[in-house]
Design a protein around this ligand. Structure first.
Ligand code: HEM
Length: 464
């Protein structure tokens, strides 16, 4: 009954049964929340007891759930990992200081777009967004470039990351009937072991190489300005705080949680803009006015681009990368609106349903960035009608980085370029179907030919 798009099926059920539902998935009590008021109760008022994680069998590969910042319950170990993430990767100072790395990766993407433009070549926007997000995140994590935009080199990583997300999003009988765990009836744990093993081996090699180049005699080792360097420092000064295994699993979490979420958001934003040419023209006109014809968009420009910010918010409203957040778990019986959320229940917050609720949003299914222009609604977890990153203690720690990457990538792709769909498809015929694979993906990946803007385009944009 949940089907391939559980966020949609649950939204439909909520229309009949209300914004607080108690379902039974086998022996697993599942509470589904579908309104901003109830999301606030779960994620803010009661977040101390409702911020744990259920045990999902597929997350247990290589003991990942025992050391993972994403899957540990709220215990002191989880707090240590969150603090390391915040201090070493996502503080304002860190995000600012890694800006140069991102600028360089973005330049490569733009070079590739120019190449496609010059030869009227179709560009796989989904792939380019994935390769660039992959490179941006891996540059910040361990100064390694995994993919060349426009080549097949990112496909293996995409396969692994999407594979893992899909596993985490597939309903697993072993989670609902724990007696089945040893049998692993759908083979999800086995697949997870294979994917996680591949990534851990790659990260292990990267650590080996780093340690080797540090200890190479007669060479001056140049410290890298990345997360790995900081993690190795912590580990050297206090191994009980962070050992090599912890580092491997932390890199895995950040890599998997950060790449596909960012890339799919960029793909959806581009799809909506191509689907709605007037909105595209408006966004481009703003860029033209603020940035001008030449020059690359910088992260420091974002605050001067209110329409772009509105486009990104509207994309998050319609296509949140985590439509049901990550599942939360109740540590104790908790009273919400006179109903008991039982201890050990898993709690799903249907952010997708909240984003499409007609009692909150006018014309909820249409892409109208303008709705955010005179509104104070923000995506940082305080306005519960728009919480694509969650809220409270489990809020996405990568938000500061994701915020910059998504804005700058979208802005770069539309600044100075128009996009033509292949095979004579008109913008309103663009396939906008979505599929739930833990993150929310486009069924048909977005491809289009970039066209260099000329005077006529700008004159057309003038009329918007
Ligand atoms: C558009 C991009 C992104 C979106 C929409 C997004 C969204 C989310 C959501 C909804 C959660 C779960 C919140 C909850 O359980 O209540 C989450 C958790 C998490 N995200 Fe993100 N995320 C994005 C990018 C990133 C990036 C770039 C990183 C790191 C490089 C990252 C790292 C994490 C981690 C480690 C967690 C688990 C935190 C915990 O359980 O304590 N995310 N994210």
């Amino acid at each position: 009954q949940l089907g391939e798009n559980p966020h949609q099926s649950l939204a439909k059920l909520a229309k009949t049964y209300g914004p607080l539902m108690h379902l039974k998935f086998g022996s697993l009590d599942t509470i589904v929340v579908s309104s901003p008021e109830l999301a606030k109760q779960v994620l803010q008022k009661h977040d101390q007891v409702l911020s744990s994680r259920p045990h999902l069998d597929a997350t247990a590969a290589y003991g990942h759930n025992k050391v993972s910042v994403a899957w540990l319950p709220v215990v002191s170990r989880w707090r240590v990992l969150r603090k390391i993430c915040k201090d070493q990767m996502f503080s304002l100072q860190r995000v600012d200081s890694s800006q140069g790395l991102r600028r360089e990766k973005l330049r490569k993407l733009l070079d590739y777009v120019h190449e496609c433009c010059a030869s009227c070549r179709l560009l796989d926007i989904a792939d380019a967004a994935f390769s660039t997000s992959l490179n941006l995140i891996s540059a910040s994590l361990f100064s390694v470039e995994f993919a060349q935009v426009g080549s097949d080199s990112s496909h293996d990583f995409k396969g692994i990351v999407r594979g893992l997300l899909q596993l985490a999003g597939t309903p697993n009988l072993a989670d609902y009937f724990p007696l089945l765990k040893p049998i692993d009836p759908q083979g999800l744990k086995r697949k997870s072991v294979s994917y996680v093993g591949k990534l851990l081996r790659i990260f292990d090699d990267i650590i080996d190489q780093r340690l080797k180049s540090e200890s190479r005699p007669y060479t001056n080792y140049e410290r890298k300005n990345d997360l790995l360097e900081a993690l190795l420092d912590i580990s050297r000064s206090n191994e009980s705080e962070l050992n090599r295994n912890d580092i491997l699993h932390l890199l895995l979490d950040l890599f998997v949680a950060g790449t596909d979420t960012t890339a799919t958001t960029v793909e959806w934003a581009m799809a909506e803009l191509i689907h709605n040419p007037r909105k595209m023209a408006k966004a481009r006109k703003e860029l033209q006015t603020i940035i001008g014809g030449k020059g690359q968009v910088q992260e420091s420009d974002i605050s001067r681009l209110p329409y772009l910010q509105a486009v990104v918010k509207e994309t998050f409203r319609l296509h949140p990368a985590g439509p049901l957040l990550l599942p939360h778990k109740a540590e104790a019986d908790t009273l919400i609106n006179d109903y008991i959320v039982p201890r050990n229940a898993q709690i799903l917050v249907n952010v997708w349903a909240i984003g499409r609720d007609s009692s909150i949003w006018s014309n909820p299914d249409s892409f109208e960035p303008e709705r955010f222009l005179d509104s104070k609604i923000d995506i940082r977890g305080q306005d519960f009608e728009l919480i694509p990153f969650g809220s409270g203690r489990r809020i996405c720690p990568g938000l500061p980085l994701a915020y910059r990457i998504v804005h700058v990538l979208v802005a770069s792709l539309i600044h100075n370029f128009d996009w033509k769909l292949e095979g004579g498809i008109t913008p309103d015929e663009l396939d906008m179907k979505e599929k739930f694979q833990f993150s929310l993906q486009k069924v048909v990946p977005l491809k289009a030919v970039p066209v260099k803007l000329c005077r006529e385009h700008y004159m057309l944009d003038e009329n918007v």
